[in-house]
Design a protein around this ligand. Structure first.
Ligand SMILES: NC(=O)c1ccc[n+]([C@@H]2O[C@H](COP(=O)([O-])OP(=O)(O)OC[C@H]3O[C@@H](n4cnc5c(N)ncnc54)[C@H](O)[C@@H]3O)[C@@H](O)[C@H]2O)c1
Length: 282
């Protein structure tokens, strides 16, 4: 039996942003291969139902906007009442944003902060107390990114949000250790994985619209070298089962980015402008 099946098999998982990309890959792997019951939470009702229709009764679609703390609380209460304790919580929902920082509208800035950062926080505050109280081993994953350990122009809100998710998750890991709860906390730092994220990314309405859209095109082109969401899901869940803190889909790429960042910080070097570290590192 695989370690992932031993740790997660037959348990209950909650995946936010489960309707597309990595979330859908995770849902497929957890429900299809590991026999978990998966609460597939997504703001897009059609996407949530599509993944449930694809996988059958083990996947329970729920329409939830992770930006809304009350909605996430309600979800947690319903899940506890109907299904019992959660073994695996994956705060995965996230959105991209392209364009020079000064061209980004306040609404698009808030969208990134609210989904990518506050959404993770809302998931933790809604579900973690129940998981701790259950007194059984539980796992909490947050989707950061390779972007959490580097920086790039024309994606500042997104990159900033992923640094925040990584920092938040590192703090959470220490807090769980401090109270001695049996919860394994992990940060996921994927490289490029097939998904809708660049197509559905925010752009800019004024200022240098062309630069934002040129960057979207570049990312979409690089995205063609992405690994599949199913492959990413399997490697993410395997590392979670082993209790890894930093979970990666592209180990060499992430290691190179971490080493470059460590060198930049230790030597107090200014960031080097780079059109696309993803491209350069491949
Ligand atoms: N795809 C990649 O290459 C990549 C790389 C690094 C990190 N990530 C991270 O992985 C996560 C998943 O991204 P993806 O690429 O699969 O994206 P995606 O766009 O394919 O899927 C994201 C899903 O989240 C849902 N969603 C968006 N806003 C939501 C909200 N407010 N509430 C609930 N659900 C919401 C969308 O409807 C969609 O189904 C994100 O956090 C992203 O930043 C992705």
């Amino acid at each position: 039996m695989s370690a992932a099946r031993e740790v997660f098999g037959g348990g209950l998982a909650v995946v936010t942003g489960a309707g597309a990309g990595i979330g859908a890959g995770l849902t497929r792997h957890l429900a299809g291969d590991l026999g978990m019951t998966v609460i597939a939470a997504d703001v897009d009702a059609r996407a949530a139902h599509r993944i449930a229709d694809e996988l059958g009764e083990r996947v329970v679609p729920r329409v939830v906007d992770v930006r809304d703390p009350d909605a996430v609380d309600r979800l947690a209460r319903q899940v506890a009442a109907e299904f019992g304790p959660v073994r695996l919580l994956i705060n995965n929902a996230g959105v991209e944003q392209f364009g020079y920082l000064w061209d980004v509208s306040p609404a698009n800035w808030r969208r990134v902060v609210d989904v990518n950062i506050s959404g993770v926080f809302h998931g933790i505050r809604a579900f973690l107390p129940g998981m701790i109280a259950a007194g059984r081993r539980g796992h909490v994953l947050a989707l950061a990114s390779l972007g959490a350990v580097t920086s790039l122009p024309l994606q500042a809100p997104y990159i900033m949000s992923k640094h925040a998710v990584l920092a938040l998750t590192e703090c959470l890991h220490q807090e769980i250790a401090e109270i001695g709860a049996d919860i394994v906390v992990s940060a996921v730092l994927p490289g490029l994985v097939e998904s809708d994220i660049f197509r559905s990314a925010g752009g800019v309405e004024s200022g240098d619209v062309a630069a934002a859209e040129e960057h979207r095109k570049t990312m979409l082109a690089i995205g063609e070298q992405a690994i599949s969401a199913d492959e990413a899901a399997e490697t993410i869940v395997a590392q979670a089962a082993r209790g890894e803190f930093y979970i990666v889909t592209h180990p060499e790429l992430v290691h190179a980015a971490m080493a470059a960042r460590a060198d930049q910080l230790v030597n107090r070097r200014a960031p080097v402008p780079h059109r696309s570290r993803f491209a350069a590192a491949e």
